[in-house]
Design a protein around this ligand. Structure first.
Ligand code: NDP
Length: 291
């Protein structure tokens, strides 16, 4: 069956659900939508989507159901009740709501018990990227199920990576990648506070902040080699040097009375590595000090 013969149901019409439904519409698929709070479907309906009155009606209308709500607890409150679960029997459900790997595995157990084909996924880019080459989707679950629905999922644009049969794997990547994102954003918030205290506006710092972001990809790649090989020897950036740099940040931050909790925690982890006799190693040896 070609992707253009499929009909799709999208449950959840927040910014991301609307973007997903919009991309399916743009691709020419018959799309049925439902959202807990009515009203969010009007623009999609104007573009040709059918608004279902209930999740069970929505699920029955589409050959493939995609749910994208705030988290799995919200997805459960939509799906884990009758007659919705019965309506999904024999169909495939793709859950693109973000949550933990364990909750993805729990959802898969529930789906299997109800005879529902289940794929879990994570969206790694903002809603505005959906339907464009910039979108990034991660998927996990049974390979045959993924391959069967891949042509339709790929209509959402961007890149789609199937990470394997372990249903928790997409969520595990999502959690790990968002760990980088939120820690970076916390660092940026702190940096802007320190800069402001020193009379530097956020706008003045921003171009240089972008410069810091661009030096990270090769550093990430080298750090990955070190972590996977267990060889943490540093050629030009020992962790003692990082400790000195972090001390300057702490001193400046505290001189302005700015909360330095995040960078203080990094300072403690760095100190543990040095006290463990690894001061000449690369900063990424921190991985081994986190427990
Ligand atoms: P939100 O994360 O705010 O989710 C809003 C959606 O969740 C709405 O449809 C809302 O329904 C629904 N919802 C919340 N609680 C419940 C509940 N108890 N029962 C039923 N439905 C509920 O907005 P997004 O659309 O942006 O995100 C959806 C998912 O996509 C999230 O997991 C998010 O992490 C992920 N994501 C979003 C990105 C983005 O750029 N927006 C980027 C990458 C991932 P209602 O309208 O009734 O409140």
């Amino acid at each position: 069956m070609s992707s253009h013969e499929k009909s799709v149901t999208v449950l959840g019409l927040g910014p991301m659900g609307q973007a997903l439904a919009g991309a399916f519409l743009d691709a020419g698929l018959p799309v049925t939508v439902w959202n807990r709070t009515p009203g969010r479907e009007s623009e999609l309906v104007a573009r040709g989507a059918v608004a279902a009155r209930s999740p069970e009606e929505a699920v029955t209308a589409g050959e493939l159901t995609v749910i994208c709500v705030v988290n799995n607890a919200a997805a459960d409150s939509v799906l884990r009740r009758e007659p919705v679960a019965a309506a999904l029997h024999g169909r495939t459900l793709v859950n693109l709501s973000a949550d933990t790997p364990d909750r993805a595995r729990d959802a898969a157990v529930w789906a299997k018990r109800h005879g529902i084909g289940y794929l879990d996924g994570a969206i790694m880019t903002p809603a505005a990227t959906i339907g464009t080459v910039s979108a990034v989707f991660l998927h996990s679950g049974p390979d045959d199920l993924y391959q069967r629905h891949r042509p339709v999922l790929e209509l959402l644009g961007g890149t789609h990576t199937h990470l394997g049969a372990d249903i928790g794997r997409a969520a595990a990547y999502d959690v790990a990648l968002l760990d980088i994102f939120w820690t970076a954003m916390a660092g940026y918030a702190h940096a802007l506070a320190v800069a402001k205290a020193e009379g530097i506006t956020a706008g003045e710092l921003a171009p240089f902040a972008a410069g810091i972001a661009t030096i990270l990809p090769p550093i990430f790649a080298q750090a990955a080699v070190s972590v996977d090989s267990g060889d943490f020897s540093s050629h030009d950036n020992p962790i003692t040097s990082a400790a000195s740099s972090i001390a300057h940040i702490l001193e400046t931050s505290e001189s302005h009375g700015i909360d330095a909790t995040v960078i203080r925690a990094v300072e403690g982890q760095t100190r543990r590595v040095i006290e463990g006799g690894h001061g000449a190693d690369d900063f990424i040896r921190l991985v081994t000090a986190l427990g």
